[in-house]
Write a protein that binds this ligand. Sequence first.
Ligand SMILES: [Mg+2]
Length: 379
Amino acid sequence: MRITDLEVLRLEVNRRGDWLFVRLATDAGLTGLGEASHGGPGPARDAIVAAILKRHCLPALRGRDPRAVRAAVAALQPLADGLAGATAVSACEQALWDLAGQAAGLPVYRLLGGPVRERIPLYANINRATDDRTPEGFARNAAAAAAEGFRAVKLAPFDGIDRAQVRDREGRERVRHGLACVAAVRAAVGKAVDVLVDCHSRLDLPTAVAVARELQALEVTWFEEPVPTADLNALARLRPLVHDLGMELIGGERLYGVGGYWPYLAAGVWDLIMPDVKHCGGIGAMLAIAAAAEARGVAVAPHNPSGPVANIASAQVAAALPGLRALEYAWGEAPWRAGALVPAERIEVGELVLPPGPGLGIALDEALLAARQDRRTAP
Ligand SMILES: [Mg+2]
C-alpha cells in the first residue's frame, strides 16, 4: 500500500474558526483522517497549515507505505518547525495511524497496546460555546453540561486582560469579572461537579497568587496556565504557592514532542500536562509524552478543544493511557457536530464511546462535508 494523495478539508464551524482535516489517499483505496485545526493565531492560520500540508507534507509522504508509521513520521519531522508545521505533521501522523489500523483490521488503541478502558471520561470545556460572557452566561452552559452528565466543566473567564496591565484598575476589574463567572459556575453545578479554570496565560505572578486564593475559596483545584508557558522561572516560583493552597498547576497545550515537555517535567512545575494530538506530534508522540510524564509522577489530560476527528484520535490514545485523568471535549460548539462523523460521535453521560471500527474507526459524513465545506481558502 502506497500513499498517493493528500486532501485538506476545511469545515465552517463558528466565529471562533473552522475545523481543518487532512485525508490521505492510498493506491489500495483506503483513506486516512487527521485533524489540523487551530495551528496558529489569526485568520490566516488555516491557509498556512494547508499550504505546509500540500507543498511539503504530501511530497514527503507520496509513495510511502503508511503502515510503516514511524518511518513516515521521521520523514515529516523536519517540517515540524513552529506551531503551524507541528500541526501539519501531527495531522498527517494521525492519518498514518488511521491507515495502519485499517490495514491491520484493528482499532488504533489496540495497535497501541490498549484498551485500558473502552469509555473515555470527558470534561466539558464550555468556553467556546459561551458567547454570553457574563456570570449568568457561563452558569447556564455549565448547568446544561452538568445535566448531560459531565462530571467536570472548564471555563476561561479572564477575557481581554493584558498581562502588562493586569494590576491596573481596568485589569483588576476584568479579573474580578472572571472570578464572578467562576463563582456563578460553582453555584450552578454544585459541589459534585469539578470546576476547572483556564487563565490563558493572562496573569502575572502576583495576580496569579491572588487569583489562586480566590479560586481555592470556590473549591477549584485545577489552575491552568496562569502565566505564560515560556516563563519557566515564573512557573517554578508559582508551583509551591499553588501546592500550599491544595491546587494543581496545569499546562503544556501547545508543546511538541517529548523534547518540548522535558524541560518542564525535569523542573517539576506541572502536576498535569495537556498534550494536544493536533500539535504535539500526534498519536505516537502523545503516548511517548505521557510515558515521560508518568516517569515524573505527572498526570495527563489531553488538550482537545477541537473538532470530532481530533476527538477520536485523542480518544484512541486515551484508551491506552493508564495515567489518564480525562479528555477535554468542546461542549456545545456546533449542534451538528456528532453527525459530522460516520458512525456519529457517541457521548453518553460524559463519556466518549469509542467507535468499534479499524483505524480511527470513523469517516467524514460526505453530505455534511459538501454542505459546510469552506472553499474560500481551500488550497
Ligand atoms: Mg488552555
